[in-house]
Design a protein around this ligand. Structure first.
Ligand code: FAS
Ligand code: PHB
Length: 393
């Protein structure tokens, strides 16, 4: 070990949850060091989330991160649903909850967060290889990592595992302590980005050929998805094949609004529901995708990461200001209550809107009957609107 560094909070992972946690702690005068396995260029190259819950928007504004959001993002009062050639109906979250969502890409949020950490002199160690966590249940946990072939050591009071589904943090909790829950869906989402004006609304479609949806990043950047077999690769989908599938599944009224163009990004994401409990072990706290994965159907993944950050940052600030550990002790229970609520919504919407391989004609009709019930029933729409826009923290 060549050098030992000391800080208050080690943050493993330089994605949105790690960066946001580091930013909020720094604003409260709490030191942290981020260990990121790859580079910020690699982190920023990943195209992911796009819809922000009201609470996420409020957090970004509260912590001085909303300048670009408020100029490039779009406010949405709800989301549309189309199915089997029926007219689109609108889940009016603003009417039902008084709250709204915004579309603004995760990539842009991560750019804003890196800029904010750089401006504040934040310590982000990139290309931190072979991160390992030690003495997690002791009072002096520490992390080791290798950089330029030299092993380094960082000591801290706490460790935040913000290193995503494939990270080291969750795997550092003994199997005798950790309980995991997983459901893997038998299909994926093919996502396309195009420099074209988007359809005005966020719209989900149920179609016998499969799920599709329209979203956006800014007035000249559209984001679209179609359900595809897990065995497919992006190379199996020419732009023409993609646009034909999307316009067929969205139906003629929405299809007329879709401006096609060359794809500038095309990727396939698998869908799973995954939750790990507890989200704390000793001085290690799991945050974001390190603890949970939801199918993107409910637009919850990034928003759940930020709600974890909301709870953990306030617990850590309370500890350092008052010495009280009650927020830290209740973090896992508090975060998991919201995680399971979002996991339920994402599972319910995924089952409602996708075509499953073993599905029969009656299954399709039952989905359409459920959609028709939702279309005709204000109380059912309100029950969807509240978790979709995000329950208050
Ligand atoms: P992340 O995975 O974003 O970041 C973890 C970071 O930790 C990465 O930078 C990684 O390099 C680093 N890391 C991993 N192992 C490490 C180690 N051992 N040491 C150090 N660093 C390590 N959510 C939505 O709401 N809507 C969507 O449409 C959507 N689409 C998605 C598509 C894909 C393909 C994926 C994978 C996810 C998608 N998500 C979506 C969810 C996504 O947005 C996540 O919820 C979000 O990235 C969570 O952020 P983090 O918890 O920071 O994890
Ligand atoms: C996106 O804009 O990428 C997006 C929007 C809503 C979803 C999933 C993804 O449910």
């Amino acid at each position: 070990m060549s050098t030992t560094t000391r800080t208050q909070v080690i943050i493993v992972g330089g994605g949105p949850s790690g960066l946001m946690l580091s930013h909020i702690l720094a604003q409260a005068g709490i030191e942290s060091i981020i260990l990121e396995r790859t580079s910020r260029q690699h982190v920023l190259s990943r195209i992911r989330a796009g819809v922000l819950e009201a609470g996420t928007v409020q957090m970004l504004r509260q912590h001085g991160l909303a300048q670009r959001l408020d100029t490039e993002g779009s406010v949405h009062n709800g989301t549309g649903i189309v199915w089997a050639g029926h007219e689109q109906f609108f889940i009016d979250v603003k009417k039902h909850t008084g709250r709204t969502m915004m579309t603004y890409g995760q990539t842009a949020i991560t750019e804003d967060l890196y800029a904010a950490r750089d401006a504040a002199g934040g310590v982000i160690i990139e290309a931190a290889a072979d991160v390992a966590l030690h003495d997690i249940t002791g009072s002096r946990p520490w992390a080791s990592y290798r950089q330029d072939g030299v092993m380094q050591r960082i000591e801290a009071d706490f460790i935040a595992g913000c290193d995503g589904f494939h990270g080291v943090s969750r795997r550092s909790i003994p199997e005798t302590v950790l309980q995991t829950f997983e459901k893997v869906y038998p299909f994926g989402w093919l996502g396309v980005m195009s420099r074209t004006p988007p359809v005005p609304e966020i719209i989900y479609a149920n179609h016998p050929d499969g799920f599709a949806m329209c979203s956006q990043r800014n007035p000249m950047l559209s984001r679209y998805y179609v359900q595809c077999p897990l065995s497919d690769t992006p190379e199996d989908w020419s732009d023409d094949r993609f646009w034909n599938a999307l316009t067929t599944r969205m139906g003629p009224v929405i299809a007329d609004q879709i401006e096609t163009g060359p794809s500038i990004e095309k990727s396939i994401a698998p869908l799973r529901s995954f939750v790990a409990e507890p989200m704390r072990w000793g001085q290690l706290f799991l945050v974001g995708d390190a603890a949970h994965i939801v199918p993107p159907t409910g637009a919850k993944g990034l928003n759940l990461a930020f709600s974890d950050v909301f709870y953990l940052s306030r617990a850590l600030i309370d500890f350092y200001r008052t010495g009280k550990g009650s927020g830290l002790d209740s973090y896992s229970e508090t975060a998991l209550r919201r995680v399971w609520s979002a996991t339920r919504l994402s599972w319910w919407l995924t089952n409602l809107l996708h075509r499953f391989p073993e599905q029969t004609a009656i299954d399709q009709r039952l989905q359409e009957a459920e959609l028709d019930f939702l279309r005709r029933n204000e109380d059912a729409q309100r029950a969807l609107a509240r978790p979709y826009v995000g329950e208050p923290f």
